[in-house]
Design a protein around this ligand. Structure first.
Ligand code: GNR
Ligand code: NI
Length: 166
């Protein structure tokens, strides 16, 4: 149970592609605990291992009002069920603090994943959970919300965040 620090854009670690989880052991459970604790501490509704510098395919989410419905997805895989149905959402990212940008994503997706025991599962998320799982899975592939906006906007965010770091 440790609150980890979150890497911020443009840290190159955020661009690494995470590796498939193959060992479902106690180290994986403690990693999941740390991810949830860190997500709750920073008032996020999702967090990917990449954001704490761990390049393994595991993400957590909790979109409930009370922040008491944790989800853990190991090796998540997204299948778009309807290519035509898309929706825009004003997304935030703990790795890009203070910036919100509209990202358009498919609304109807299926998530295949494993639980902490390695058991294969499948869900069709409703609403915000679908957005968050797509946002988190992007992190595992080194992709960020700012990759969906213009490069001019992205550069502006980049320089603002770099100046804040000093
Ligand atoms: O806390 C978060 N809020 C959020 C809002 C809209 C769409 C996605 C997110 S995820 C984000 C936490 C985060 O950075 N996860 O990677
Ligand atoms: Ni994020």
């Amino acid at each position: 149970m440790t609150i980890r620090s979150i890497l911020t854009f443009p840290n190159p670690e955020l661009r690494k592609i995470a590796k498939e989880v193959i060992k479902f052991d106690s180290a994986l459970s403690s990693l999941a605990d740390d991810l949830l604790e860190t997500m709750y501490e920073f008032k996020g509704i999702g967090l990917a291992a990449t954001q704490i510098g761990v390049h393994q395919r595991i993400i957590v989410a909790d979109v409930s009002d009370e922040q008491n419905e944790p989800y853990i997805f190991v090796n998540p895989k997204i299948k778009i069920l309807n290519q035509e149905e898309k929706g825009g959402y004003d997304e935030g990212c703990l790795s890009i603090p203070g910036f919100y940008e509209e990202v358009v994503r498919p609304l109807k997706v299926e998530i295949r994943f494993q639980d902490l025991d390695g058991k294969e599962k499948k869900i069709i998320p409703e609403g915000l959970l679908g957005v968050v799982v797509q946002h988190e899975t992007d992190h595992l592939d080194g992709k960020l919300m700012v990759d969906y906006i213009s490069s001019v906007k992205r550069q502006r965010i980049r320089s603002k965040l770099l100046k804040q770091k000093k």
